[in-house]
Design a binder for this molecule. Structure first.
Ligand SMILES: [Fe+2]
Ligand SMILES: [Fe+2]
Length: 251
């Protein structure tokens, strides 16, 4: 029995006892299999539910993004492009595949707070005055609030991205003037990808810059606006970035 037998019989067998023992052992075995199958089934159901929840979260967050696009002047495929740049940069930076996929889905939310900015400011054709600029800057805080108290990695990262995508590496950004590694890495990644795509895009107030002009500006801002290490990584994958840019061109 120490070697794993469940039971034994002494010879000579007594027929009734032998049969009883065999029935009992089979009974235990069948019960065991039943429990195992039941557990497997439950596990499958839990996985299915988890997938449903993930999909619902994604769906909700995408719809929120679409709602924001109705107000924002940064329409077109900007959010798709910048989120795909974020994915590439996060991969390059060695993030886990799970985290990479979260940043891909969370980064399109970076400007969701613009929902809360009055049209007179958001859509003003000319330059903003100081007060208007303060209102405009509050989109980061509003976005953080809209996305606050989420109970998933996706929602938490979306909140972080909304709140920190205008922080600068040297501490001169907003809303909290965080510097260096105080800025969560997803915020530093988003800042690079968001600005780069904005530079290469036509906006009501400016024409699209050329690739060289954009790269020149990014380099100038290394250590000022942008995390120098992440920026180097980003500038090392511009082939991929430009492929995405072409693939999701607004034209
Ligand atoms: Fe923004
Ligand atoms: Fe943006």
């Amino acid at each position: 029995m120490a070697e794993g037998a469940k039971d034994f019989l002494n010879k000579p067998f007594e027929q009734a006892e032998a049969l009883n023992r065999i029935y009992n052992i089979l009974d235990v075995r069948l019960m065991h299999n039943k429990i195992r199958d039941h557990n497997k089934e439950l596990e499958g159901k839990v996985q299915e539910r988890t997938r449903d929840i993930e999909e619902t979260r994604l769906d909700v967050i995408r719809r929120l993004g679409r709602a924001a696009e109705y107000k924002d002047n940064e329409t077109g495929f900007h959010v798709i492009r910048m989120s795909k740049y974020c994915e590439q940069l996060a991969l390059k930076a060695g993030m886990s595949p799970e985290k990479v996929s979260v940043i891909l889905n969370a980064s399109p939310m970076h400007d969701v707070g613009k929902i809360g900015i009055p049209d007179a400011v958001l859509l003003k054709p000319g330059k903003l005055d100081a007060d208007e600029w303060e209102i405009m800057k509050s989109h980061s805080i509003i976005g953080g609030e809209i996305l606050s108290e989420g109970d998933s990695d996706l929602m938490r990262m979306a909140q972080t991205v909304a709140l920190t995508h205008h922080e600068n590496y040297d501490g001169s950004g907003y809303p909290n003037g965080l510097a260096g590694e105080e800025i969560p890495v997803e915020g530093r990644i988003t800042a690079i990808c968001d600005v780069f795509d904005a530079l290469l895009s036509d906006r009501p107030y400016k024409k699209a810059w050329t690739f060289d002009e954009a790269v020149g500006f990014m380099r100038e801002q290394s250590g000022i606006k942008f995390d120098p290490e992440l920026l180097e990584l980003f500038l090392g994958i511009t082939d991929k970035i430009m492929e995405i840019k072409e693939r999701w061109s607004d034209k």
